[in-house]
Design a protein around this ligand. Structure first.
Ligand SMILES: [Mg+2]
Length: 327
């Protein structure tokens, strides 16, 4: 593979096989713009393959473009993070999957020709990357209700072949009305307390608040706990609407009692547009790192994929990846 090549990594099995058509269309668009030798299409053959391809690329490629949903983007980003910081080529994304939250965060949502156009403009930003127990994420890590909905949505999509907001709402209603649970947790939050709603009563230690470099301890019960690089998850729900991907900080959001299924549904629907943040059961914070412990294992997702455990060590690696954005 020559230096200066754009490497396009695509999962042909994405979207029940439609991923291969998107890959062919993207390849023909790149070919028309940069010539046959200016790019290389690599199709993945198994889970984990995209990460290995990105990790093992020779130095000097012009860009690595992940074509698909948040899953393959997570894999490619994770592979790039295994390289020395000075040897990570710019990451581009072309949304073609079912969950495209990171593409939206980067302003890359839209038609395939438009995405190729924007990639070839090479406007970049240095984006933070999250890490939890040694695994990387680019957009979202969450626990509890929202993770349960996200994972249920994926399961329903595989089972029914359906997609979109309707599928998400079906999963949400089922989780809210049949599985709504509270997860006792303890968070030790690093940083200087640059939080926005204050961890005053009923949580937190008032002596450790803003201005202090001491970790803050937040204990309680939560329906959900989100640790975000980008503002959205679950298919464009703006759970932390003001999150910036290049400030070296996670945006945190958690929801506390008491919410019945209908109130929880109202909060969830408000969160679609980011209008939930004034609710007294919703708490927001920002931090560069935290540890989270749960009394029982909660549903958990990382960029839309399931993870397991009760103890999570989470840190934000500032401006670790150069990513191509559409604005
Ligand atoms: Mg941030």
């Amino acid at each position: 593979m020559d230096a200066g090549t754009i490497v396009l990594i695509a999962n042909p099995a994405a979207q029940n096989g439609r991923g291969s058509w998107a890959a062919v269309e993207a390849a023909s668009l790149f070919s028309a713009r940069v010539g046959e030798n200016g790019f290389r299409l690599v199709l993945t053959e198994r889970p984990g393959h995209a990460a290995a391809i990105a990790r093992d690329l020779p130095s000097g490629v012009r860009a690595v473009v992940a074509l698909g949903g948040d899953g393959i983007i997570n894999e490619v980003a994770s592979g790039l993070m295994e390289r020395p910081a000075a040897d990570r080529p710019p990451l581009g994304v072309i949304p073609a999957g079912s969950g495209n939250d990171y593409a939206e965060t980067l302003g890359m949502n839209g038609s395939l020709p438009k995405a190729v156009d924007r990639i070839l403009q090479f406007r970049t930003v240095s984006a933070d990357v999250g890490r939890v127990n040694g695994r990387y994420f680019v957009e979202t890590l969450s626990f509890g209700l929202d993770a349960a909905i996200a994972l249920d949505t994926v399961e329903r999509r595989v089972r029914t072949g359906k997609a979109g907001t309707r599928l998400y709402l079906e999963a949400a209603v089922d989780q809210l009305f049949h599985h709504l649970a509270l997860y006792p947790f303890k968070a030790v939050v690093e940083g200087d307390g640059a939080n926005r709603d204050g961890v005053s009563a009923p949580f937190g230690h008032p002596g450790d608040l803003a201005g202090s470099a001491l970790p803050r301890v937040v204990e309680g019960e939560a329906y959900l706990f989100a640790v975000q690089i980008g503002p959205t998850y679950g298919g464009h729900f703006h759970i932390t609407p003001d999150a910036a991907i290049d400030d070296g900080l996670f945006d945190l959001c958690w929801a506390t009692p008491s919410l019945g299924p209908w109130k929880a549904l109202a909060v969830l629907l408000a969160a679609k547009g980011g209008h939930h943040t004034g609710n007294s059961h919703i708490h927001l914070d920002r931090a560069p790192a935290l540890t989270l412990d749960f009394a029982v294992e909660p549903p958990a997702q990382i960029d839309g994929e399931k993870i397991t455990g009760t103890h999570f060590e989470i840190d934000c690696i500032p401006r670790a990846l150069t990513v191509i954005c559409g604005r």
